[in-house]
Every structure is written in structure tokens, then in C-alpha cells.
Design a protein around this ligand. Sequence first.
Ligand SMILES: NC(=O)c1ccc[n+]([C@@H]2O[C@H](COP(=O)([O-])OP(=O)(O)OC[C@H]3O[C@@H](n4cnc5c(N)ncnc54)[C@H](OP(=O)(O)O)[C@@H]3O)[C@@H](O)[C@H]2O)c1
Length: 379
Amino acid sequence: MNSLGLCQQLLPCSVPRRSSGACACPVRDSSVANLYSSWSASLWSCQQHKGVKQHKRHKRAQGCAAGLPFREAQHESLITQDLDDDDEPDASSSDIARPEQAGLPDRIGFLGAGKMGEALIRGFLASGVSVPSNISASVRNAERQRALSMLGIQIFGSATDGGAAEIAANSDIIILGVKPHQMDAVLSSLAPHVTTNHLIISIAAGIRISSIENALPDATHVVRVMPNTPCLIREAASAYVLGNHATPLDASRTFALMRSVGVAVTVEERMMDAVTGLSGSGPAYVFLMVEALADGAVASGLPRDKALFLAAQTVAGASRMVLEGGGNGGIAHPALLKDHVTSPAGTTIAGLAELEACGVRSAFMRAVKAASRRSEELT
Ligand SMILES: NC(=O)c1ccc[n+]([C@@H]2O[C@H](COP(=O)([O-])OP(=O)(O)OC[C@H]3O[C@@H](n4cnc5c(N)ncnc54)[C@H](OP(=O)(O)O)[C@@H]3O)[C@@H](O)[C@H]2O)c1
């Protein structure tokens, strides 16, 4: 039995466990920033875990970020970084560099910064993995230019009107943040300015790596990422795929960026449409679910504000139980958690029977499949 009083025979956990679970690092934000720093060759000037050899500090930075509390720690089989058991950071280290001190090297440029781009920018800034002076965005709409400049980042004009050249000149990592149908025009404008020193990260739904690589010079480093909007509050669920010329360092840089705003897993490109249908579009399904649950409570007599609050926290708490309930870093099977809280002839089974009668399970499956299909169509 685990701490939830649940049987541990939930999901077989394929996760190779570290000898100890959560990271003892006292400063989460800085540890992620340091992880990021550590993968850039020139960055060992960043001050962390003072008095330890450079190599050991590098290992600790990795261990620290990948060993951060539960959700990072427990998905080690899903992420790209393998850790040794002796990677634990020194709990006594109190001099981990602040992001500003770390001198984060990569300048990140966004080509298009709408809802998703802005969420990423805000997440990167909130996590400390980057600083405003290292971020720029090509934005064509004057109102958005004003809104984004409030974040202290550098703003350039439309990608197709000189902005792409400016972003290429001022960035190491270029994030393609436009809508899929806007991609061709943006790639054409970017292509003359891309070099093999750039890492191009596309977040566009449905756009294959091959079409990005074909539109850019030979050997361009490309990574395809599917994030989701909770990166705004550093709770994103992201998946990524490396292009043909992406290096292990590119993988590490991508991983560190996406990890700074949530969790990140690698998948094969053929799975990206399913990822898009699930986690890319998923926050909207959950918003709808929270709203509907609250509506039910209002119909049953609860005031709207309390109904929404309780509904949202119920979804968050139940999700947390799935993520944390498996013990030993595994994920609890939701069906077992459900059975555990369903008493004979009780209230919960009465509610569940209604959900089944309404086909809710099938509706969610169909929603994910429809969104995945739509992503395929965008190719
Ligand atoms: N939203 C999500 O939940 C989500 C999740 C995962 C992935 N994505 C992907 O993220 C990408 C962006 O989605 P989004 O929801 O953020 O869309 P969005 O809000 O429409 O953002 C796209 C932005 O790109 C700008 N843009 C278009 N052409 C431009 C150009 N030539 N130069 C500079 N900026 C340009 C648009 O400006 P205008 O306003 O002037 O058109 C807009 O601000 C899409 O490819 C989508 O598939 C989105």
C-alpha cells in the first residue's frame, strides 16, 4: 500500500528509479536555469554548487532538474536524460546562481507570438530559464507588439517584412510560433538567414519536420515540439521530436526549455498527431469539463463561484492523484482510483452511471481522435 492507502499494483512502472526521489535542491527555478546553462558549452561560468569540480557540478545540475518534485522525478523513462544514482545535488548548496547571474547564453527569437508564443515567453521568464534581454519576437500586429513589449523583450515587425532576418540575426534558437497556414510564408522569409548555428523549434500543429527541413537550408537543425498553454503557469505537457540534423545538444536545449515550463517527453513523429489531439488540444477539453461540472453543482444549488472553485480543484486534485498515486514514481491507473472511491449503492456510482449513460468516455475518446485527425489534415 502506498501513502494514499492504495494498492501499488497499479500501472507496471517501467521507470528506472533513482535511489532517492525528489531533488533536494533548494531553488527549483535556478536549478532548471542551471540545467539549461550546463548544456551550453561555454556556460560553466555559472556559479552553482560552489567548490565542486566542473564535471560534478554538471552532473548535479542534471540531477537537480530531473529530480525535482514528483512529476519531473517520476517520468524519467519518458524523458531523454538518464541519470546516475549519484546525481543528487548537494542539499547544503545554497549558492545556486540566480538566472540573471547564470548569464544564460541562448537568445530565443519567436516568429509569431500569439497565444502559444506568449504563454511560452511568459513561462520561460517565470521559470528563470531565460531573461527578457535574451528574448525577441517578430510580431505584425501593433496591439500585440505593445502588449509583448511590456514583458521587456525585443520586438521586431512582421516575419515576412524583415522580422525574420532580424530574429535570425538576434537569436540562437528560433521558435516558429505562427499558425500552420502561415508557416510557408514565414519559412520562405526565414530561409535566407538561417545557418547551422541556429536551432529551429516549430510548435505548429500538423507541420512535419520534413517540410520545415525542405524549406530551410541543408543541414538546418530542426526540432518539432507540441506544447500546451499551461506552460504559462509552468504546468505544460509537451512532446518533441528531433529533426534529421538535430544534435544531442539540440535535444538537451529543447528539453531544458520545455522542462522549465512543465514536463517534456520524446515521441516518434508519427505520434505527434495523437499528442496534438491529446495534450495540445486537451486543456480546452478540461476547461469544458470544469465548466460543466460547475454547472451541475449550480443546478444542484451551489453558488457559481464556489462551484467553479470546487470543480477546478477537484480536477486538479484527482489528476494529481493519478500522477502521484502509483508509488515508486509510477502513474496510478485511473480505473483503480475510481473503484477505490466508489461505494456500493453510493453517490459516486450513481453519478458514474449517468456519465456512462451519456457516453462521456466515448465522447472524450472521439474528441482526441477528431483533433488528431484534424492535425493530420493540416500536414
Ligand atoms: N493555442 C494552443 O493551445 C496551441 C497548442 C499547441 C500548439 N499550438 C501551435 O502554436 C502555433 C500558434 O498558435 P496560437 O494559438 O498561438 O495562434 P495565434 O494566437 O494566432 O498566434 C499566431 C501569431 O502569429 C502571428 N503571425 C502570423 N503571421 C506572422 C508574420 N508574418 N510575422 C509575425 N507574426 C505573424 C499572428 O499575428 P496576427 O495576430 O497579426 O495574425 C499571431 O499573433 C500554431 O501553429 C499552433 O498549431 C497552439
